[in-house]
Design a protein around this ligand. Sequence first.
Ligand SMILES: [Ca+2]
Ligand SMILES: [Ca+2]
Length: 213
Amino acid sequence: MPSCPVFILLLQVLSLLIAHIDCEEEKIKLEVTHLPSVCTQKSRRGDLMNAHYDGYLAKDLSKFYCSRSETDGHPKWFVLGVGQVIKGLDMAMIDMCPGEKRKVTIPPSLAYGEKGYDKIPPNAILIFEIELLGISKGPRSMEAFRDIDLDNDKFLSKDEISNYLTEEFRKDEKQRDPSMHGRILTDIFQKNDHDKDGLISAREYNVYKHDEL
Ligand SMILES: [Ca+2]
Ligand SMILES: [Ca+2]
């Protein structure tokens, strides 16, 4: 019977090994094929991404998707890191500059898995050629939070959100029923104030869990 500390150490080594094996399976292969000379900003989780991409099956390099043909030439919009695209693409497009191009090979576990999807057969390794055109601050960005949080205490009070709504309605110029303002305010607090303390914290607001928190 090994002594207790040795046994615990052994368990830790084993769990490290198991974690390592998991990582091996879950890896994407990434190649930067074009890096612009000036990088204005780098993509982060929660950013709104505008990108073109072509998708190929690794086994025969047949193309199964092309954003240029499938969206009438318009690049695709999505929020990064929240599962709007397959996991492998969410991972592959972090820290990317506008104008950057990447080629990424994605294992089935981070793509469409054992089942496949539409033109993608089961257990398919996928290759994507991505061109990132632009990055915008996504919905619920921390920039917006700071704008609403007038006293800068990292919590949004009813007054602060009410002020914000008044400003937004003014911009909008449409005639609105004054009771609507109150209804929206109540609704915002019902949906977002999870701990019911009458304030919306940065964490309650930030559904995409941006890095800066
Ligand atoms: Ca505040
Ligand atoms: Ca709260």
